[in-house]
Ligand binder design. Structure first.
Ligand code: CS2
Length: 501
């Protein structure tokens, strides 16, 4: 049998793949909620590089899993070590990361999670729990306080054993205040608009569910001792496959169950608002700035908006991988039209920023066929993603009196994806979304595009209350959905492409 990656077997790894820091010297300074593939390919890479650049090894991560303990099983036997496979059409690189100093199964050890957040050695709390992990209403940015799990976490007996992300965070902060463990910074690293302030609002919503005394003690301390900087995070990270793990085993001569795959590009813009000490992430290439908003809007609307558009329409046209979608000329023209005609007029571009180059880089990144990024992965959880990715663009363009046809086609693509069951070429398209039941109910009995559009626009958690009242938008959506239904996605995309630039 192939021996497994760990501190003990690390010396057998080719020198070029070994981590730039000594794993045994790393101490936990960051509590990380949601230690999935993205955090291991992004936050952990920046943090390792910062530790390597400064020699200050106090910033290791304790990675907490949210529901499944799978990552603990992957990383615990490996002393937190895992390989990052960087894939591009120019080739593949393999490098071991040693920034994860400990792992904790959140569901099995909720009390330990609270203790971790309350420990004086924890000075930063980071989160990558995906959009749906926050249990908020995407249209309003408020906590869903009627959810049973959220309510349960606010009951006194759950103070030491919360289960939801916001419950864990708020209970951990409560324990931290009681322990007088000092100020802390909460860094949200999910693709949400104004992610730091949004999370601060959700924690406050939760604290407001607590009994009077607890609430009154906690709210002023939160305002005084906890910061929630906004961030823009960027790295494309497809789900790891068995083939990826087999490739690592062949290259390193060791079995690694924790492999993550990523593109070479990475970017991180962080609001410079910290309550206490932090790692020198700027030494690792991160940007610390006073205003993240322009970067965040560009990233969510151009990258993620285009990603979702290409995922739904590409999957409908029968494409399994995103790169194949942009290598189709009509789709490449469509995505340029989306970016240039619909999104760009809504953006405030930072001074000196080259937006044309940013757009070209995005399209080149999407075309990275070595990544094998599945359209189905991006298509997941649309109800939680569309508001910040595409609906903001549509709102802004409608307010300016424009008809954003490319963005509308993307929303119609989502509606078709939800209701068709299969692509235009007959491949099944399963829906994976936390609101799946609600969405299904909204279109039950629908007899065509008009009913589907009306039903889905009525899902106010996603669309708010304004968009359903826009008669022009409704008509545009109906026409686009009718075309997708009758002529198929490839034809619909072609039409926007040729009508455009
Ligand atoms: C993607 C993102 O899965 C998705 O919805 O759009 O995860 C995307 O790859 C990252 O945000 C890139 O930074």
């Amino acid at each position: 049998v192939t021996p497994r990656l760990s501190r003990a077997t690390l010396p057998s790894v080719p020198a070029a793949a070994r981590p730039p820091i000594e794993p045994a010297g790393v101490e936990v300074g960051i509590a990380h909620l949601g230690i999935g593939a993205f955090a291991r390919a992004h936050l952990a890479e920046y943090t390792q590089a910062a530790m390597a650049a400064t020699g200050d090894l106090r910033w290791g991560l304790c990675g907490v899993t949210q529901r499944s303990a799978a990552v603990v099983d992957q990383l615990y036997p490996q002393d937190g070590l895992y390989t990052v496979l960087t894939r591009s059409d120019a080739g593949t690189g393999a490098a071991i990361n040693a920034a994860v100093a400990a792992v904790l199964a959140g569901a099995d050890a909720p009390g330990e999670v609270v203790g971790l957040l309350a420990a004086p050695s924890t000075r930063i709390i980071t989160l990558t729990v995906t959009e749906k992990g926050y249990r908020h209403d995407p249209a309003t940015g408020r906590l869903r306080r009627d959810e049973p799990q959220v309510r349960a976490d606010a009951e006194p007996e759950r103070a030491g054993a919360p289960r939801t992300v916001v419950g864990r965070l708020a209970r951990g902060l409560q324990a931290r205040r009681r322990a007088d463990a000092g100020p802390v910074t909460v860094v949200c690293c999910d693709n949400l608009p104004g992610n730091g302030p949004l999370l601060q609002r959700l924690v406050t919503d939760f604290v407001e569910l607590l009994p009077g005394r607890e609430r009154e003690e906690l709210l002023p301390w939160l305002a005084q001792s906890v910061r929630f900087p906004a961030t823009m995070v960027d790295r494309i990270v497809p789900a790891t496959t068995d083939a990826d793990r087999a490739e690592v085993a062949a290259r390193l001569g060791l079995r690694d169950d924790g492999v993550v795959v990523a593109e070479p590009f990475r970017q991180w813009v962080i609001e410079a608002d910290f309550a206490a000490e932090r790692p020198s992430w700027e030494a690792a290439g991160a940007t610390l700035t006073d205003d993240v908003a322009p970067y965040e809007a560009m990233k969510l609307r151009l990258l993620n908006g285009a990603h979702s558009a290409l995922a739904y329409l590409g999957a409908l046209a029968g494409h399994e991988y995103l790169a194949d979608v942009v290598h189709d000329e009509a789709f490449a023209g469509y995505v340029r039209a989306l970016m240039t005609q619909d999104v760009t007029p809504t953006l405030a571009v930072p001074p000196g920023f080259d937006l044309d180059r940013y757009r070209d880089t995005l399209i080149a990144r999407f075309g990275n066929s070595a990544l094998r990024h599945r359209t189905a992965q991006i298509a997941m959880d649309g109800s939680q993603k569309l508001p910040q990715r595409l609906l903001g663009t549509i709102r802004d363009r409608r307010a300016a009196g424009a008809e954003p046809r490319a963005a509308v086609l993307a929303i119609a693509g989502w509606m078709r994806y939800l209701t068709a069951g299969a692509s235009d070429t007959g491949t099944p398209l399963p829906v994976d979304d936390p609101l799946a039941d609600r969405l299904r109910a909204a279109v039950a009995g629908a007899r065509g595009p008009a009913d589907i559009v009306a039903g889905l626009l009525g899902v106010t958690e996603v669309f708010g209350t304004d968009l359903a009242d826009d008669a022009t938008l409704r008509k545009l959506l109906m026409d686009a959905l009718a075309q997708l239904t009758e002529a198929g996605a490839a034809a619909a995309v072609m039409e926007v492409h040729s009508a455009g630039i």
